[in-house]
Design a protein around this ligand. Structure first.
Ligand SMILES: O=C(O)CCC(=O)C(=O)O
Ligand SMILES: [Fe+2]
Length: 372
């Protein structure tokens, strides 16, 4: 049962609550793909038997992959990865679990609503929508936050949702297995990006809460008026990076230089999305990309986001030790930020500023402040 209030499949207009002002409605069609959004093939990082041991070949391949990721993170702030080491079979199994969940009756889904199951430090559960500022319209989607870092939460959820033991077990074990695999893949990408910057590959790990990782399942039912509503509002992701499995249907759009571009989903790929914390910690060298989801008339769409999750209470201090790109010589006018915690950033994102939330913490650089 879909979670669009006041709408029955077959209706040819959308309920007023989902109708967005024309100026905010999407102008780029879901399949009007922009082919230059980068795709990075990671296959060469997993050498086959014949090539194993050829260290220099592997080193050249790694440098190329690192350079491609670095350029994409600096320009688009998003790229897709393919042949990333996460088994296609596991991605399909997780998608099947998500479809099964979203087709449950609303009463069951609401058993694990955000209001009932979120904890003080982690947003969990069904029904929370990524929203934008003061707008009151709804978005054409359903969402579920899950954390594999909290197995008892997963088990409780399975008990509420399913009656058969085999369904409960499949839900819990698939979420855990998927989370572990995607987490490893995301960390590898983060390490390659750090190494590409010329810093310790594990530089950003200190900020991560390795016990908590977050999945966000998004379901977008077909919509009779896709150009008058949105699936997800324009936002930037809060953390370091997200790995989003886009499924087979277009819908993700990313912004560059004020224009929207539709991303063509790569089969069994992940869209790697640079988040606020990574832009902030690279002092603007990487780009936290504004993105949104649009819907279409005929095809239901599922996307699965996995977010490396940051330690909530650790103070984040603006780094000053990252290498300066060649073009940016003296004076160093890159932004600096006042110390803050990730919990603070999340609170601002959810209540007031969904886009580029880190800018809230920006301080004017010393060299730009007039000395009197
Ligand atoms: O559905 C998508 O492609 C985007 C999902 C997303 O941006 C999110 O869950 O934060
Ligand atoms: Fe996002």
């Amino acid at each position: 049962m879909h979670g669009i209030a006041g709408f029955s499949p077959g209706d040819d207009v959308i309920p007023a609550a989902y109708r967005w002002p024309v100026e905010l409605s999407p102008k780029v069609d879901y399949e009007d793909y922009e082919t230059s959004v980068p795709v990075v093939d990671m296959a060469e990082l997993y050498p086959n038997e014949a090539r194993r041991g050829l260290d220099d070949v592997a080193e050249v391949a790694k440098k190329r992959i690192m350079a491609e990721m670095l350029k994409a993170a600096e320009t688009w702030g998003v790229f897709q990865i393919v042949n990333h080491g996460v088994a296609a079979e596991l991605m399909e199994r997780l998608q099947a679990q998500a479809h099964k969940f979203f087709s449950l009756p609303m009463e069951l889904k609401n058993e694990i609503s955000v209001n009932k199951v979120s904890t003080a430090s982690v947003l969990l559960g069904y029904g929370f929508k990524v929203r934008g500022g003061s707008l009151t319209q709804s978005t054409w989607s359903e969402g579920l936050y899950l954390s594999a870092g909290d197995v008892s939460f997963l088990k409780d959820s399975a008990n509420k949702l399913y009656s058969k033991d085999c369904d409960k077990e499949a839900f819990v074990s698939t979420v855990l297995e998927y989370e572990a695999a995607v987490n490893q893949c995301s960390l590898q990408v983060l390490h390659l990006l750090a190494e590409g910057l010329g810093i310790d590959p594990a530089h950003f790990d200190r900020y991560l809460n390795k016990d908590v990782t977050i999945q966000r399942w998004n379901y977008y039912p077909p919509c009779p008026e896709p150009d008058r509503t949105l699936g997800l509002l324009e936002h930037t992701d809060a953390g370091l990076l997200a790995a989003v499995h886009l499924g087979d249907v277009g819908g993700l759009q990313v912004q560059r230089d004020g224009k929207w571009f539709a991303v063509r989903p790569e089969k069994n790929g992940f869209a790697i999305i640079v988040g606020d914390m990574l832009e902030m910690m690279t002092r603007g060298r990487f780009h936290s990309v504004p993105h949104r989801a649009v819907v279409n008339k005929s095809k239901p769409r599922l996307s699965i986001g996995s977010f490396l999750f940051l330690n909530q209470t650790m103070e984040v201090v603006s780094p000053t030790d990252l290498p300066v790109p060649a073009a940016e010589e003296e004076p160093d006018t890159r932004p600096e930020y006042r110390p803050f915690t990730f919990a603070e950033l999340l609170a601002h994102k959810l209540s007031t500023q969904p886009l580029r939330t880190f800018e809230f913490f920006k301080v004017q650089h010393k060299s730009l402040v007039p000395t009197s």
